[in-house]
Design a protein around this ligand. Sequence first.
Ligand code: GLV
Ligand code: MN
Ligand code: MN
Length: 415
Amino acid sequence: MKITDLQNRIEEMVQWLAQFGADPEGGVTRLLYTSSWVEAQRALELKMKEMGLKTCYDEVGNLYGRLLSDQSAEGSILTGSHVDTVKCGGKYDGAYGILAGMLALQYLKETYGAPSRSLEVVSLCEEEGSRFPLTFWGSSNITGTAPVDKLNEVKDSRDIPFITAMKEAGFGLGHYCSPRREDVVSFIELHIEQGAILERNQMPIGIVEQIVGQKRYTIECVGEANHAGTTPMAWRKDALRGASEMITAILEAADRVGAPLVATVGKMTVEPNVSNVIPNRTVFSLDIRHPHAKVLDAFGEEAISLCHSIGEARELRMKVEKHLDALPVEMDPDLLRRVEGICQDQSLPYTIMPSGAGHDAQMMARHYPTSLIFVPSHKGISHNPDEYTSKEDLAAGVKVLIELLYQLGYKKETE
Ligand code: GLV
Ligand code: MN
Ligand code: MN
């Protein structure tokens, strides 16, 4: 493969992977352990083999493609991202980091042969938390921080137990190795920005310094179903009315705190969901993010206390579950300087920036030196079928990744 082929190769590979879970709207839905997810991982496995990589799965379904070392250095350099998507997501979120890693390893193998330290690309099984409330399931198993003691209670929105879904997809059956990795020397994630900073500033590369902290909750309000015509307003225990007041109060409180705090209610179910019945049950999600742990903690407490006081006033029974509490995390400063040097050598304009989106890099960074590198997202659109990055920008990111992996995997420490 020639370096000049990278633009076409990366673009073709993005379109190729997007066929697994393709939506009629032009995007992708590839939820953890569904048939489209299984097809994508199997297809990636074959493609990795064709590209000269040694493949293997772990017990939770993370897929690795390995370029093994000539044994002169211990441990592995890992690159990659997640294969799952949100519902009606785009073609690039997660997929780009896996495909870029595969191309980089193929290029390095063809150009320089075996590295002195093993290089691996990983297609992480899950990051989004879209099907089950298990955000970062792939990377948290690698770092040994997954909530494995709670899995028996976890179900998707159709009440399919997590364990059943995992086993039906062929994992969790003792066929593969443990996901825990203690031998990772560095983790590198290449990802689309999912915001508009790079495009607006005409910067092809963003080097992430910090990823914001994030909390996610599921909030359940239970009232009483009753007749919509015969129950006076004052006598109702209307779960939807209570939930609406809670959502408005939380979002107004977020407006008062101001940027960079963000709060999102993106998911809600209403029961019985019938036009002439007062709703007896609502369940909604809350996602809050901020770069400072103290601000995030304080806002989380305020949001939940607002829910409880409104619930009490509306005579609703409340259940609040927090299923994600990720601290803000810094990326490795030495890797950041190294990526900066590469951008300067390649005459690529770059900026150093925070990430408001969650990434597997934030799980990995607590355990291994980690770098997160962004390429532009057109109009900053993501988690949407219109997600788009030009092939020039995709290839610029792959070239930076190739050089970084070359420096970490082939050059001796003293060079
Ligand atoms: C992951 O994409 C997130 O930030 O929600
Ligand atoms: Mn995403
Ligand atoms: Mn992502």
